[in-house]
Design a protein around this ligand. Structure first.
Ligand code: ADP
Ligand code: MG
Length: 401
């Protein structure tokens, strides 16, 4: 069991809190503040219990001089101030005397935020990419650690990479805990990996087999059933000898698909029909069984018989992990498969339903099913690596209870 922020005695302590404030921005304006809202419970816990909160995050990537102004985190500090209803002292730097003084003078219940941690990835004076933050430069981690006393990691989206702002700090402070958001990822995704309540059904879709080889392999080991949809279904169907028409396929992954099919015999469930169009466009399609494709048919969604099959496979499931949309859900004519899976999960009783980040999380939110799921991961790449069973450095660096 990992230590959680609520296990810490934060009273009077300077608490370094690594959050994920990597919000979408357009011309310096935040277009979606979900991530800022999501971090509030952890920050509130610290200040409500007499801690001194030092909050920081990365924002975008900083590889060149023009990325600096573009990824200025000042508007996010302002938004945090509005949402939390308390002043947020902001230091427009990632190091230096002003930051050190601000941290040292912080009083109980106060919040300090500093600039985008990835400003440390680029040295403007020599115009070089140094990646000090992203490559976990030892001096930088020790420096940030020196600003506080305890460390709380609440950034799951970057937990699959060792950075100065997670592993670097953790190795230089006495005590490290997970924030509430990270703790929820550990509880649900970690729970599904280490100790799933069975039957355990995985649903995988999305664009490419090649993105998800590790996850498919891991889930074929762990889950009781693995249901496949999305564009990746066609690589498997072609490997089985079906004519997939003009559907998206990775021909260089056919051998791998054959291997996975052999390994997953009885476990791997493929669609039996698809909704096809003659072009990649949002016009009404035709439902075809997978043995009836014409050369110009492009499968853009799973069909109704597939949803019936998936429903049967999901009956009685106690743990369901879903990653990757079932079709081109961005087009309304090809969203039915993804909506159907959302419905199936929403109607399962007594099951833990977990959505593993990225486009599938966006789909569930966009389609209005977010509140019906047990957990929607906040990380894309991180949730995939976690599901693969890999140890994530940003979690490994958190103390055990
Ligand atoms: P996630 O981010 O959830 O892991 P991916 O990034 O792997 O998912 O895939 C999402 C994309 O896959 C979506 O943009 C969707 O339009 C696309 N997609 C799903 N099914 C198909 C299909 N049959 N043909 C082409 N693209 C598809
Ligand atoms: Mg994606």
């Amino acid at each position: 069991m990992k230590k959680i922020v609520s296990d810490l005695n934060v009273k009077g302590k300077k608490v370094l809190i690594r959050v994920d404030f990597n919000v979408p921005m357009k011309n310096g304006v935040i277009t979606d503040d979900t991530r800022v809202r999501a971090a509030l419970p952890t920050i509130k816990y610290v200040i409500d219990n007499g801690g001194k909160a030092i909050v920081f995050s990365h924002l975008g990537r900083v590889k060149a001089v023009e990325d600096i102004a573009k990824n200025d985190i000042t508007p996010v500090a302002k938004r945090l101030e509005e949402l939390i209803g308390k002043p947020v002292k902001f230091v427009n730097a990632t190091r230096g005397a002003e930051l050190e003084a601000a941290a040292a003078n912080l009083k109980e219940g106060e919040i300090l935020m500093f600039q985008n941690t990835r400003y440390e990835d680029f040295d403007a004076t020599t115009n070089t990419e140094t990646k000090k933050e992203s490559k976990n430069n030892a001096e930088l981690g020790a420096y940030w650690a020196s600003l506080g006393e305890v460390f709380v990691n609440d950034a799951f989206g970057t937990a699959h990479r060792a950075a100065a702002s997670n592993v670097g700090i953790a190795s230089n402070v006495k005590e490290t805990a997970a924030g509430f958001l990270l703790a929820k990822e550990i509880e649900f995704i970690g729970g599904a990996v280490d100790n799933p309540v069975r039957p355990y059904v995985a649903i995988l879709g999305g664009a490419k087999v090649s993105d998800k080889i590790g996850v498919i392999e891991a889930l074929l080991d762990k889950a009781d059933k693995v249901l496949i949809g999305g564009a990746m279904m066609f690589t498997f169907l072609k490997a089985q000898g079906y004519n997939i028409g003009a559907s998206r396929c990775e021909d260089d992954k056919l051998d791998l698909a054959k291997e996975l099919l052999a390994k997953g015999k009885g476990k791997l469930i493929l669609p039996v029909d698809a909704v096809c169009n003659k072009a990649f466009e949002d016009t009404k399609g035709t439902v075809k069984t997978i043995d009836k494709f014409d050369a110009d048919d492009m499968g853009l969604d799973v069909g109704p018989a597939t949803l019936d099959l998936f429903k049967k496979e999901l009956t009685g499931a106690k743990t369901v992990v879903w990653n990757g949309p079932m079709g081109v859900f961005e087009m309304k004519n090809y969203a039915a498969g993804t909506i159907g899976v959302c419905e199936l999960l929403a109607n399962l009783s007594g099951a833990k339903t977990i959505i593993g980040g990225g486009d599938s999380a966006a789909a569930a939110e966009q389609l209005g099913y977010a509140s019906k799921m047990s957990h929607i991961s906040t990380g894309g790449g991180a949730s995939l690596e976690y599901l693969e069973g890999k140890e994530l450095p940003g979690i490994a660096c958190v103390d055990d209870k």
